[in-house]
Ligand binder design. Structure first.
Ligand code: MN3
Length: 206
């Protein structure tokens, strides 16, 4: 695979105000995400023959056991960080959106309604100990809420991410300090449900 590139955000740094502030977005994307990308690329550069055979960063995360041991932890942490953040930016939007499409119906069926789903997801996100992520994923049993520690990806557990929430302190501390639950409540206002629906349709086609 080629070098992993930091994706350009599909909106301005200030687009998610007041829910996610511009300073946090700037730092999170240009410093934190960039650092994961750089360290991921450095790890891959140390195993050029293996790297040449890799199809994508996502494929690497889907089968960590196939990754050379010398870079496995780096791929898990920095490759995970690179991919997770690229995904995270894609499921955020400055345009206020409502749950829509098939994914909205499936959420309703699986969780007993959108509000119940939001409550369960928010509780899971609030309950992540230390640094990690909360996800809506498609797995063998349909839709699930799951959490991962650090930068672990649902892809490494055979799940397809549909929606992600970064609950590392760097994602909210500037504006919300220790109030993670306030950040979670605000974050619902910037979910890109149109993209979540696209992710759902893609995941169902596999
Ligand atoms: Mn982050």
């Amino acid at each position: 695979m080629e070098e992993y590139r930091l994706p350009k955000l599909p909106y301005e740094y200030g687009a998610l105000e007041p829910y996610i502030d511009e300073a946090t977005m700037r730092l999170h994307h240009s410093k934190h995400h960039q650092a994961y990308v750089d360290k991921f690329n450095a790890a891959l550069a140390s195993v050029p023959e293996f790297r040449a055979k890799v199809k994508s960063a996502e494929k690497l995360l889907e089968d960590l056991n196939a990754v050379p041991e010398s870079i496995r932890a780096a791929v898990r942490n920095h490759g995970g960080g690179a991919v997770n953040h690229s995904f995270f930016w894609s499921v955020l939007s400055g345009e206020r959106q409502s749950p829509q499409g098939e994914v909205s119906q499936e959420i309703g069926r699986k969780f007993g309604g959108i509000e119940k789903f939001k409550e369960a997801f928010s509780a899971s996100a609030a309950g992540v100990f230390g640094s990690g992520w909360c996800w809506l994923v498609a797995g063998a049993g349909g839709l699930e809420i799951m959490t991962t520690p650090n930068q672990d990806s649902p892809l490494s557990f055979g799940k397809k991410p549909l929606l992600a929430l970064d609950v590392w302190e760097h994602a909210y501390y500037l504006k919300y300090q220790n109030r993670r639950t306030d950040y979670i409540a605000a974050w619902w206002n910037v979910v890109n449900w149109e993209q979540v629906e696209k992710n759902f349709r893609l995941a169902m086609k596999r």
